[in-house]
Design a protein around this ligand. Structure first.
Ligand SMILES: [Zn+2]
Length: 263
């Protein structure tokens, strides 16, 4: 588990959330909200964190953070563009009480998603050369790509602009072990019984309707200890900006030993 530290990693290219486009046709964002968005970055990260812990509306079983995460997972899985995402946000709001904290705009979704990533204090950013794809050395004073004949720079802009250290392309990594622990704790105290029940069920199944019924999975299980879990990784690119090459590649992982209904 310690060897793989990239669960929930995100490859970001040219990410600058503050410059997110706001020209969505069906956006209902008022000028006042846009003004607020421009100063959003100044909001203390602690107050943002506590705000994200509040329920989406009174009595709602999920909080704002879970709402944002679920929307992001959906638009990534189904490769939603800006229009589709805005329609989805509108649809969600239609099904909630009038007083709610649902995200309203593509713009807000983007900026808050970036802050959610920042909340993960244990995540690490690794600069990547956008020309040749290699990782830059940890020493951030090295701004020119070390690959022979590559002209890539670590930060945005020209060689003179490197002093401003505006991130260009990077990979965000976090602890795989912590992420698995968080998922299992969120499910609740009976999670291990659920896993054991599902393992027993799949081991006696003669049909294949899940990864756990496959021969490769069963062979892998034989070499693992009783408390081991396995992961299935997925990734897909999301074009964040309507008219630029900016994109994010979230990496999702599911625990195979959990029944599909609660993965
Ligand atoms: Zn390079």
């Amino acid at each position: 588990m310690e060897e793989v530290q990239s669960m929930d990693s995100t490859y970001c290219e040219d990410v600058e959330m503050s410059s997110f486009e706001t020209d969505c046709e069906i956006s209902d964002q008022s000028s006042e909200e846009l003004d607020n968005a421009s100063t959003d970055s100044e909001i203390d990260i602690d107050s943002f964190s506590s705000d994200m812990d509040k329920p989406l509306y009174d009595g709602c079983p999920i909080n704002k953070s879970e709402h944002l995460t679920a929307v992001l997972a959906f638009i990534t899985r189904h490769s939603c563009n800006q229009r589709m995402t805005t329609d989805l946000l509108h649809l969600i709001r239609l099904h909630c009480p009038t007083e709610n904290s649902c995200e309203k705009t593509w713009d807000g979704l983007s900026s808050k998603s970036q802050k959610l990533l920042d909340l993960r204090t244990d995540h690490t950013l690794h600069d990547v050369c956008s020309e040749c794809g290699i990782l830059f050395p940890e020493d951030c004073s090295i701004v020119s790509c070390p690959t022979a004949h590559c002209t890539g720079l670590r930060y945005k802009g020209t060689l003179e602009d490197q002093m401003f250290r505006r991130r260009h392309s990077f990979i965000a990594t976090t602890s795989l072990e912590d992420e698995i622990r968080l998922v299992l704790e969120n499910i609740g105290p009976g999670v291990w019984d659920i896993i054991l029940d599902y393992k027993r069920e799949q081991s006696s199944s003669s049909t294949i309707n899940d990864i756990c019924h496959g021969m490769c999975y069963k062979e892998t299980q034989n070499s693992l200890t009783g408390s081991a879990v396995t992961l299935l990784f997925n990734t897909d690119g999301v074009l964040l900006y309507k008219s630029s090459s900016t994109n994010v590649w979230p990496i999702f992982a599911v625990i195979n030993e959990l029944p599909p209904s609660i993965r």
